[in-house]
Design a protein around this ligand. Structure first.
Ligand code: URA
Length: 184
């Protein structure tokens, strides 16, 4: 089996979809390669594309605060995205782009082998939980992902920046994540 850094190296050569042609940097993922908890967003935005790191823009600052609320830090968790290259103008990644990228994420999850996966937003939830996932109704619910691994979804930090009224519900979801994590 490859190591995570070998996988990243292979991924930097990827041109399986059109997004490979327009990226500045690949955004593979960052954090603890042995993390018990993984956070998975949608895809890089402008700042992430420039820096090659996930969640470094405004949404990233909020994600840091959300982690802090439940006593987690970036160095303890692993953060990745459904697609590794920035979709132009920050549009949603297309189904074909998500499919082309899924092998990388699957391998990443296998190598990290987390006990908890947290989808950040609807796109990650429809890819990893079920295609008709409704974030407004189903955020915070726990599902089985694989042996020894449970999965949930919370609102995307960008959605919380747009609509602060969603924050109290997210606080409850974060506390449930903290409870699961501390019980591991
Ligand atoms: N939004 C995401 O979904 N992922 C990032 O890395 C940045 C913003």
């Amino acid at each position: 089996m490859k190591s995570l850094s070998e996988l990243k190296n292979d991924c930097t050569q990827c041109f399986r979809c059109e997004l490979g042609k327009t990226r500045t940097n690949l955004v593979f993922g960052t954090g603890n390669p042995n993390a018990d908890i993984m956070f998975i967003g949608e895809g890089p935005g402008e700042q992430e594309d420039l820096r090659g790191e996930p969640f470094v823009g405004r949404g990233g600052k909020l994600l840091d605060q959300m982690l802090e609320l439940i006593n987690l830090s970036r160095s303890e968790v692993y953060i990745a995205n459904i697609v590794k290259c920035r979709p132009p103008n920050n549009r949603d990644p297309l189904p074909a782009e998500r499919a082309a990228c899924s092998e990388w994420l699957t391998a990443q999850i296998q190598l990290i082998n987390p006990r908890i996966i947290v989808c950040l937003g609807r796109i990650a939830a429809i890819c990893l939980i079920k295609p008709d996932f409704k974030i407004t109704r189903e955020h915070g619910k726990w599902e089985h992902f694989a042996d020894g691994c449970e999965i949930t979804a919370i609102y995307h930090p960008a959605a919380l920046l747009r609509d602060p009224l969603k924050r109290p519900e997210t606080f409850v979801d974060l506390k449930s994540i903290q409870e699961k994590y501390t019980a591991l």
